[in-house]
Design a protein. Structure first.
Length: 556
């Protein structure tokens, strides 16, 4: 009788389940369900409560309903029995955090709090805590806190510490009622097993935890704000487990609801991009894995811990136990291309795409692929959703320079792709300068279906790019975790060797194109310095004016 594991992949818009054969990694069934409430970023609670700028919330009820539907569907599609499922693995967007009561009840489920934005789950791209993140960073710099250097010298507004501090300052009554603040990934495992644990991946990269040193100490919290002293000792308490370790067994109630066996192993969870690294077949040092989708995460492992300025974090056991995992990232990539297609493409292009029965993305790619590097005369800064690495600044914005009256949509589209590629090259250079080797590149995610994107990236980097065999690398990585937790394999490396196929193909760089891109990249770096590293840049001033105007509109 075949044995399977289930990989649960909670994304920004949807939840996915895959049922995977543990012997060969074959995906027996897949199911995807969109969250009914999606991303809540304009109004809350039936369009009655307007949200401030930079908010992005979610309804945790959506996570449970979509998970239940997706698991039931893969079991039905495959015809597998619950007794054949050895384990469940979970990956999740991060840092997506939820304030709860001590028993795990989300505060937004409490009747008198459901109209309070801070009672809801804050999605990873919620950037309302930038002010708090800046103050955490400044105080850590002033006090010479050693942990700051593990995050490139700057704390992000996306992370748990910043978001918890935001709740305290903007809604102190919510902070007081909040007995626990938990990553969505750990909350799902908590619901399934009845046991609250934290995972090393989320805790390390997004929660400022270190395997030897723990969380920032109470003296620092006291200096930051007296009411924060119990944040890590009480509200972020619980055992911290590495990926693949067993949280517990599936509860009787959830086993009944899902059609699985009670006691089925549930693994410690991890961040979706980090799970994609495993699902993409990378479990060793030296290979950078690019998860290319709405945003891009850059994962790299090493046998040593080096403090690289500007990275998002270095965590022991953060991806694979026994190695130091490094994370960097770009907060928007595919989102930028999507924005342009939705807002910047003329009607004639939309009609052409309809006539050819292809997407507008495909049409623009076909038109842009024949352009030579530098031919457009355009250069883009890829900060439509802020800059995660190396500047760690959500208040930076996008820019394109070089327009003229002859500029065509496909030229803009290509320039946006090139801008995101330059952003990735900036990250790779950062690692090299820090003494961490990047020997190979492998990529997975939705954007690996776009040949133009892949060729531009290979040409900009001057390196071959291996394309992961699975288009569902995050979910497959989660299934690998389930196999380890279920004791099918002794460790992640052994499971990867059996359950993940070799790369599907190789994209080679064009040396002539690479030389041209070397020139353009120098100009890109000048723009990074001019607009990203100058404290009084025009970008910051324009954003300040915009936010002031939006608040005035909201009040009226």
């Amino acid at each position: 009788m075949k044995r399977y594991t289930i990989g649960l992949d909670f994304g920004t818009e949807t939840a996915r389940a895959v049922l995977v054969d543990v012997e060969n990694g074959e995906i027996a069934a897949t199911s995807v369900f969109p969250y009914p409430d999606g991303v809540i970023d304009e109004k809350l609670a039936g369009d009655t409560v307007p949200l401030p700028p930079n908010y992005a919330l979610q309804n945790p009820a959506d996570w449970l309903s979509t998970m239940e539907s997706a698991i039931k569907q893969v079991m039905q599609q495959s015809g597998a029995k619950g007794s054949q499922v050895a384990g469940i693995g979970i990956d999740f967007t991060s840092c997506t955090v939820l304030p709860t009561l001590a028993d795990g009840t989300p505060l937004c489920f409490v009747p008198d709090l459901k109209m309070q934005p801070h009672a809801w789950a804050k999605l990873w791209k919620h950037h309302g805590a930038q002010e708090q993140a800046d103050r955490i960073t400044r105080l850590a710099e002033q006090r010479g806190e050693a942990w700051l250097s593990r995050y490139g010298g700057k704390i992000s507004s996306e992370w748990l510490f910043s978001k918890a501090f935001e709740i305290l300052e903007d809604a102190p009554q919510i902070y007081t009622r909040m007995q626990c603040i938990v990553e969505g990934a750990d909350w799902i495992a908590w619901q399934l097993t009845g046991r609250l644990t934290r995972n090393t991946c989320c805790a390390g990269y997004k929660g400022t935890w270190h395997k030897q040193d723990g969380f920032p100490n109470q003296a620092f919290l006291q200096a930051l704000h007296p009411d924060l002293v119990d944040l890590f000792s009480v509200k972020v308490s619980g055992p911290i487990l590495a990926p693949g370790q067993k949280v517990g067994g599936l509860s009787v109630e959830w086993a009944r609801r899902l059609g699985l066996q009670p006691g089925c192993a549930v693994s410690a969870s991890m961040i979706d991009a980090h799970a994609a690294t495993i699902g993409g077949g990378v479990s060793e040092a030296g290979t950078m894995f690019l998860t290319m989708g709405t945003s891009t995460c850059h994962m790299l492992m090493s046998e040593k811990e080096v403090l690289v300025p500007g990275i998002s974090g270095v965590v022991e056991d953060g991806i694979v136990p026994g190695l130091f995992g490094y994370e960097a990232g770009q907060a928007s990539v595919g989102d930028i291309f999507g924005w342009f297609v939705e807002t910047g493409v003329p009607v004639e292009y939309v009609e052409q795409a309809k006539t050819k029965n292809i997407s507008v993305h495909r049409l623009l790619s076909q038109k842009a692929i024949g352009l030579k590097p530098g031919q457009t005369g355009l250069l883009a800064l890829d900060w439509w959703n802020g800059c995660r690495t190396p500047l760690v600044d959500a208040d930076l914005t996008g820019m394109i320079m070089g327009f003229n009256l002859l500029t065509r949509p496909e030229e803009i589209y290509r320039a946006l792709i090139e801008g995101t590629a330059f952003g990735t090259r900036l990250i790779i250079d950062l690692f090299h300068q820090g003494g961490v080797a990047v020997d190979r590149l492998r990529a997975g995610g939705g954007l690996t279906q776009n040949n133009l994107v892949l060729q531009v990236y290979a040409d900009v980097m001057g390196l071959p790019i291996e394309i992961a065999s699975s288009q569902q690398a995050s979910a497959l990585g989660a299934a690998v975790l389930g196999a380890v937790a279920g004791q099918v394999y002794p460790d992640i490396h052994s499971a990867v060797n059996k359950m993940v196929s070799p790369p599907a193909r190789l994209v080679l760089p064009d040396e002539a194109n690479h030389l041209i891109y070397n020139e353009i990249f120098q100009e890109y770096k000048k723009l990074v310095d001019l607009f990203g590293r100058q404290p009084a840049s025009s970008m910051k001033k324009l954003l300040e004016i915009r936010n002031r105007a939006r608040l005035d509109v909201a009040k009226s």
